[in-house]
Design a protein around this ligand. Structure first.
Ligand SMILES: C[S@@+](CC[C@H](N)C(=O)[O-])C[C@H]1O[C@@H](n2cnc3c(N)ncnc32)[C@H](O)[C@@H]1O
Length: 492
């Protein structure tokens, strides 16, 4: 995020078009000129662009404060060390929910309610989602939390904004009452369907399926393992109805994994960041609660920090008979997260799964990197791989991308090798296009740090039309093999 506007085509495709920062990233020079408290944190790098030190908690907190004030008319503060939200990134989640609520996949908001009402699980001291949702879209919220500091500061942040304070209620979760778990849940036959298909690499998926089994048995660990305070069941009051719930869960299993240290730019205390069992245990409990609460919420949603967890959680949603499952990808800088949404309302619209469509966005996890290996080493290997097959490639170390251009001749020869090896039967016919009639193919490979030793490698096709169906997937899968054999030795 700097003051310079990105050129067309450079913008990350995952920024929501309604996001205030979609075409207009935060302008540090302007903000420094308007807010004298922010000015000391801004410095100019060799290329003349204004920057802040992202590892300085005071700098990131001040940036969040001025963005909320300047762009949203909000007064806001958090005490030292509490989790500091990034405004553009958190806005994406709000706008994704806006899309869910306005879509006709399930019936729209009940006619008797004009404004949408949401439940923010773990609103934190920053109370960021209720503040953004109420100020941007006029939504009502209940924000829950368990810690005194979160509850006290969430209240303070609401009281500092009287124009929206009526819209937000902060609710303390009763820590005395352990969350209950059901071993087996009674089902309502015929009410819901089964997920049939999902395309993780598209970044989006809608899953709607036929009738469910007559009984839903809780298994695969659902309901087991979470020993913390209640999340939804026991916190939502009898008869309460919500349009959605949202959650930025405690992501990590241990403090060590969270990598908590005083230099962490976004702060975050142990209570905010850590849940025994990690995010999958926490979200699994939300899924279990949703099975009990069913249509009390139109949409259940959560952020997910790891792609491997996303896949497992989607499988659990299949098991419990959600009628719809939807995913999206949130990318900011080097951070990549996913949104997971599900519902138990009967689908009002049949959506055709997109598996057959050409992928333009693929990713995989590269695990097992040694201490001395960095994302930059991986990018260098990406560059060397493409050079070795004659493609032109350019590594941009500032944005952690490699941009690649392949000629028709180059990718046709890759396809021919693949089909001769019998690997990709589906694209057999496409390998026989005359090379001189094919346009170049342009793609971008990026890496994102997930946890120490694990990177997400993402490939994005930079043009709308693929020159030959299937070619992007084949090339990306080859790259995956090459990188895994180099960096993930012994991991399968
Ligand atoms: C990662 S923080 C998210 C804070 C804020 N929503 C954000 O996005 O920055 C997770 C929050 O969940 C809270 N939390 C943990 N267990 C909870 C529970 N059972 N019910 C409600 N909140 C909980 C923590 O205290 C913490 O404030």
């Amino acid at each position: 995020m700097g003051s310079k506007k990105r050129k067309r085509g450079e913008r990350p495709t995952t920024t929501h078009p309604h996001n205030k920062y979609f075409d207009n990233p935060p302008d540090f020079t302007l903000l420094a000129s308007k807010y004298s408290t922010f000015a000391p944190f801004v410095f100019y790098s060799g290329d003349g662009r204004p920057r802040i030190d992202w590892t300085d908690f005071n700098a990131t907190r001040e940036l969040t404060r001025v963005l909320l004030h300047h762009d949203h008319g909000l007064n806001w503060w958090i005490p030292d060390g509490q989790l500091c939200p990034t405004v553009p990134n958190r806005s994406n989640y709000i706008h994704w929910i806006e899309d869910l609520l306005s879509s006709d996949i399930i019936p729209k908001v009940q006619a008797d309610r004009k404004t949408a009402k949401g439940f923010d699980i773990g609103t934190g001291a920053n109370c960021i989602y209720p503040l953004l949702g109420a100020s941007l879209l006029g939504w009502k919220f209940v924000g829950s939390d368990v810690t005194d500091v979160a509850l006290e500061w969430a209240e303070k942040n609401i009281k500092s904004n009287p124009h929206i304070s009526e819209l937000i209620e902060i609710r303390r979760v009763n820590m005395e009452r352990p969350a209950s778990s059901s071993e087996e849940l009674n089902d309502e036959p015929g009410k819901y369907g089964q997920c049939t298909n999902v395309d993780f690499d598209k970044g989006k998926a809608v899953v709607i399926g036929p009738s469910p089994p007559s009984h839903i048995q809780m298994h695969s660990g659902i309901g087991k393992g979470y020993g913390g305070p209640p999340i939804l069941v026991g916190v939502v009051k009898d008869g309460e109805k919500f349009d959605f719930c949202m959650c930025n869960p405690p992501f990590f299993e241990t403090i060590e994994e969270a990598g908590l240290n005083p230099k962490t730019s976004c702060g975050g205390t142990m209570q905010e960041m850590v849940c025994p069992g990690g995010e999958s245990t926490f979200i699994t409990r939300i899924i279990e609660d949703s099975v009990q609460l069913r249509q009390s919420f139109r949409w259940y949603t959560s952020m997910v920090g790891r792609k491997t967890n996303l896949k497992v959680l989607i499988s659990k949603l299949w098991e419990v008979g959600a009628t719809i499952v939807k995913t999206t990808e949130f990318v900011q800088g080097q951070t990549c997260r996913w949104g997971l949404a599900w519902s138990f309302l009967p689908a009002s619209k049949k959506i055709v799964p997109t598996r057959v469509a050409e992928k333009n966005n693929m990713s995989f996890m590269l695990e097992g990197l040694q201490r001395h290996q960095s994302g930059f080493d991986v990018l260098q290997s990406v560059e060397s791989y493409f050079c070795s097959i004659g493609a032109s490639s350019k590594l941009d170390s500032a944005s952690f991308n490699v941009d690649v251009t392949l000629s028709g001749e180059q990718f046709n020869s890759i396809l021919k090798t693949q089909t001769q090896n019998g690997n990709e039967q589906d694209i057999l016919t496409s390998a026989n296009y005359p090379s001189n009639q094919l346009n170049d193919m342009r793609l971008r490979v990026s890496v994102f740090q997930q946890i120490p030793g694990t990177l997400l490698v993402r490939g994005l096709l930079l043009q709308k039309e693929v020159p030959v169906p299937g070619v992007f997937s084949v090339i990306f899968q080859q790259l995956q093999e090459v990188l895994k054999s180099k960096f993930s030795k012994g991991i399968r």
